[in-house]
Design a protein around this ligand. Structure first.
Ligand SMILES: [Zn+2]
Length: 109
């Protein structure tokens, strides 16, 4: 796997969704992380776990949209869920796959 290329593709995907969801990303990082798939701050800083680079891009979309929605919805309540469904369809299946693929109860977005 060409990590640099995957990283470019991943960041392009983040920018694509950020445009679509009208989120202004000030900082975008992909780096080793413990316990989490991603983290965000309201100041526009986004970091993703580099382990994502080895996964199916459909699962990238789940983690990316999940995180970008937190810029406007800070919890996983009804609004967040309905927006996830609008943008991704069956996002719950993606979440389950993500857990399976990566022994992931340890990684949360
Ligand atoms: Zn979350």
């Amino acid at each position: 796997m060409d990590i640099a290329k995957r990283k470019r593709e991943f960041k392009d995907r983040v920018r694509y969704w950020a445009d679509k969801l009208e989120v202004k990303v000030v900082w975008l990082g992909v780096r080793p992380m413990n316990n989490k798939w991603a983290s965000c701050s309201t100041s526009g800083h986004l970091n993703f776990n580099e382990k994502l680079l080895g996964l199916d891009p459909e699962l990238w979309d789940y983690v990316i949209v999940h995180e970008l929605l937190h810029f406007s919805v800070p919890n996983h309540g009804r609004l967040w869920k309905s927006l996830m469904r609008v943008h991704l369809g069956d996002y719950e299946a993606m979440a389950r796959r993500l857990e399976e693929v990566a022994e992931a109860s340890r990684y949360q977005a």
